[in-house]
Structures are given as structure tokens and as C-alpha cells.
Design a protein around this ligand. Sequence first.
Ligand SMILES: Nc1nc2c(c(=O)[nH]1)N[C@H]1C(S)=C(S)[C@@H](COP(=O)(O)O)O[C@H]1N2
Ligand SMILES: [Mo]
Length: 230
Amino acid sequence: MEEDKLARIIEARMKLKARFQDKIKETPSLSDNAPKGTGEINRHGMPGIPIGQTVTGKWPVLDLGYQPNISLDRWRLIIDGAVENSLRLTWKEFIALPQTKDTSDFHCVTTWSKLNMHWKGVSLLDLAALVHPVEAATHIMCYGYDTYTTNLSLEEALKPDVLLVHTYDGQPLPKEHGGPVRMITPQLYAWKGSKWIKRIEFLTEDKLGFWEDRGYSNTAYPWRNDRYSD
Ligand SMILES: Nc1nc2c(c(=O)[nH]1)N[C@H]1C(S)=C(S)[C@@H](COP(=O)(O)O)O[C@H]1N2
Ligand SMILES: [Mo]
């Protein structure tokens, strides 16, 4: 990547971080002083295994009964809505962005957790830095190629471990797990991460996604058993 482009992303990333820093610190997975769970404390200060979860070695597959087949030359990622510069990225453009490697945990609302998963991809923070969310932006809606949707507040979405991943354990992300690219949200239940991600829309108010509209919790916070809306 050209140096001035990288410098601009880094500057915008720092500004966004500063803008959301206080709200991010107040999110439950960083501020809860009575988190429920067992096991060693993880890197964001929570018990490694949230309440009601069982660790699995396998990686189950959950979807809406349909796994879309997106070839890399047809793949596009649209980022639009309440932003100054909407983007429509090709695979080549996406892969040329700064890449982040991270190891994180995956907590499914159906009570399994898979720990220490090795990921590589582009952070949502860097993508947000590229599109410049307007001052009034508060949430995002993520859309999958399979028609799935899920919503997130920006204080959750802009955490450094929220990634759009294309590589798992050094291999291309398998189609059944959302390849070519899916989102991951290690500090929330995994349904907040859209597989086969196609579009990220910035919003100036919250809207419910597929499961949020069908009785799942809007906040999806694992260390309080926050699975369903009341
Ligand atoms: N596009 C899309 N994303 C999705 C889903 C889906 O059905 N479609 N299921 C969600 C749910 S409920 C979970 S638990 C995880 C499962 O990811 P996995 O199949 O890789 O384990 O993806 C989430 N993201
Ligand atoms: Mo799930």
C-alpha cells in the first residue's frame, strides 16, 4: 500500500478510537465487575468460559440452511449508509488493506465455545477509518450473501478484535464457516458476526437484525447469559 494512504488510514483510525474510547470502556465485556463464568481470566478481563458455555474442540456449522457460493472475482464488500465515503471493495482491494492477525474465542448462543482461534483479516476499525462514519453514526447493520442480517453498536463494532476474517489457522476460511469473508465478534455471542459478509451499513439509530428480531438479545453479552430478549 502507498505510504500516504496507510498514513491516512492510521490517522483516521486514531481519531475514531479517540471518539469511541470512553463508550468502548463502558461496554459490559470491559466494565462488568461481576462477570459470570469459569476458567482463567482472558485478555479482556473476563473468565475464559462464559456462564452456560461448554468448550468444544470441533467447530459446528450454523446457518439458515443455505451456504452461498461466492467466487473471489464476483465477491464485493459494500460499506455505506451514514458515512462520508461509501466504498465498494473488490477482493484485490480488500486484501491490499492493512491485515490484522489475532487469536480469540468464539461463543455460540447454543452453548458451545471454541477457544484460541487463529484469525487473519481486516479490522472493522480500519474499514470504518476508510469510510469516515458521520458524527451521528451509532450502529451498523451487517448483511450476508445468504440474506442474513445482524446489528451492532459502534462501541462494540470498533473494538480491535472485531475482524472481517478470510483466513483461519493459516488456511482460507472454509465456505461452511462463511468464506470468503466473515465477521467475528469475540466479546459477544457469535451470531453478531455475519458469515459471507456482503455489506456493512452505518446507521444513525439502532435496527434489529435477523435473530435480534426473532427473540435473541440485542446486546448478546456472554458473561451474563444474555441470550434472549425479555
Ligand atoms: N450470514 C450468516 N451469518 C451467520 C449465521 C447465518 O446463518 N448466516 N449464523 C450465525 C450464528 S447463529 C452463529 S452461532 C455463527 C456460526 O458460525 P459457524 O457456522 O462458523 O460456527 O455464525 C453467525 N453468522
Ligand atoms: Mo448461533
